[in-house]
Design a protein around this ligand. Structure first.
Ligand SMILES: Cc1cc2nc3c(=O)[nH]c(=O)nc-3n(C[C@H](O)[C@H](O)[C@H](O)COP(=O)(O)OP(=O)(O)OC[C@H]3O[C@@H](n4cnc5c(N)ncnc54)[C@H](O)[C@@H]3O)c2cc1C
Length: 385
């Protein structure tokens, strides 16, 4: 894999471990998992044993304490084999663990980060609702204080890893209906599935990412201890937006992994497939497609690695995060479309992995902010300097 700066010895080693794990433990099952929309519940524990669920959690909480770039290099390797496993890793590593690390109390960090790093508790993030997608600040789930608890009522939608999550960072309104405070009226809660009133609802029957379970969660007088409020009351939406800046880097790595896989499969197929008595890679039309695919993948990776190193220097990466996600996700969609063309009819059937890559690519243009929303963020940031 080409990289903007040479990867360090440690980064290469982690990349190698991720590649081996993906080849041995994931690749043999990906086709069936996709066909059956099956999530292997033993995966979090296996990934946890290798440290992949605590990549950016400090060592004092049993994590690997790695930088963002190293995490993304490993994530891309997993995504080249299975984008469903990659999204589980991306959500867990970028959102709930980082939110607890950044805004959690000492008690919350001690209680949740260790089992999360070890893969004993899988993390999920619940911002969206059936009526609140791009306009997430309009969410309706309501939290009302009752002594030393908060009582939550409402439905969260599209929760990735929802049925298997042991920790869900859920956003709910803590302002009152007669005194709405907009985005400042939303708080973040650490919800665990053992709490009374927690229900896993409808599982989505998806076009792609079929091995990543996406569900609705309903909270029916869900009693959350007051000690599970994350950070300050009224800051949940702001925490979510700040966390999504980083989450978008994970989705970029996922999209680049999908595109890289489509490129590799296409190059190999074009060398094998013969028409008109020669391999199709000898036709200029195919060569130009492969060249454009490789160029867009390299450009997406360069922007992602630049954004990751800027984040690791402590810079604010709102614009870079959106740019990376926009470029990588549109690259994944474009590259997988070209890949199907190179495979011809064989790209359109399930005997080859290309059609799965195409289906998996689409969602990267939708979640953690659609491409339209990324363009809005990028344009807005142009005027905020
Ligand atoms: C597989 C999957 C997994 C997901 N996982 C999670 C998760 O774990 N946690 C979570 O909280 N959410 C999750 N989501 C939800 C995801 O983030 C939302 O689907 C996304 O934010 C878009 O919201 P929406 O689907 O309601 O679309 P809408 O917001 O209804 O958008 C519909 C269309 O209108 C466009 N649009 C909306 N507003 C504007 C505007 N102002 N200007 C221009 N165009 C606009 C959109 O770009 C889109 O094209 C997931 C979604 C999917 C599909």
């Amino acid at each position: 894999m080409w990289a903007l700066t040479p990867l360090s010895e440690e980064q290469r080693e982690i990349q190698r471990v991720a590649r081996e794990f993906a080849r041995q433990e994931i690749a043999p099952h990906s086709h069936e998992w996709d066909r059956d929309a099956y999530f292997d519940p033993s995966l979090p524990r296996k990934l946890g044993e290798l440290g992949f669920l605590g990549m950016m959690i400090p060592e004092k909480y049993d994590g690997l304490g790695l930088d963002t770039l190293t995490y993304l290099v490993a994530l891309e390797e997993i995504a080249t084999v299975d984008a469903s496993v990659a999204v589980m890793l991306s959500v867990h590593n970028s959102l709930p663990t980082q939110m607890i690390l950044r805004w959690g109390s000492t008690e919350q960090k001690t209680r949740f980060l260790r089992p999360m790093a070890r893969g004993e508790l899988l993390g999920a993030f619940a911002l969206s609702e059936p009526e609140a997608g791009s306009d997430a600040a309009s969410l309706r789930c309501q939290a009302v204080r009752d002594g030393d608890h908060w009582v939550l009522n409402g439905t969260k939608a599209w929760v990735s890893s929802g049925p298997y999550a042991g920790v869900i960072i859920a956003m709910a309104r803590t302002d009152q209906p007669n005194e709405r405070r907009g985005a400042r009226g939303i708080s973040a809660f650490i919800v665990t599935p053992d709490l009374p009133g927690f229900h896993v609802g409808k599982k989505e029957n998806k076009m792609g990412l079929r091995a990543s379970p996406t569900v609705q969660l309903s909270f029916d007088n869900l009693r959350v201890p007051a000690t599970n409020l994350l950070g300050q009351e009224g800051m949940g939406f702001i925490y979510s937006m700040q966390s999504l800046d980083n989450g978008r880097l994970g989705i970029s790595a996922q999209a680049i992994g999908i595109a890289e896989a489509a490129l590799r499969h296409s190059a190999a197929y074009a060398a094998e497939r013969r028409q008109f008595r020669k391999p199709i890679k000898e036709f200029e039309a195919i060569q130009f497609k492969l060249a454009d695919m490789a160029t867009r993948v390299a450009a997406s990776r360069a922007l992602l690695h630049m954004s990751a190193t800027a984040k690791d220097r402590g810079e604010q990466i709102t614009q870079f995060g959106s740019m990376s996600k926009l470029l990588a996700s549109e690259t994944a969609m474009w590259v997988t479309t070209q890949a199907i063309q190179i495979f011809g009819g064989y790209g359109y059937v399930k005997d080859y992995p290309i059609e799965r890559l195409f289906r998996d690519a689409k969602v990267t243009e939708i979640y953690e902010g659609t491409s339209e929303i990324q363009r809005i963020v990028i344009a807005r940031e142009l005027y905020s300097r």
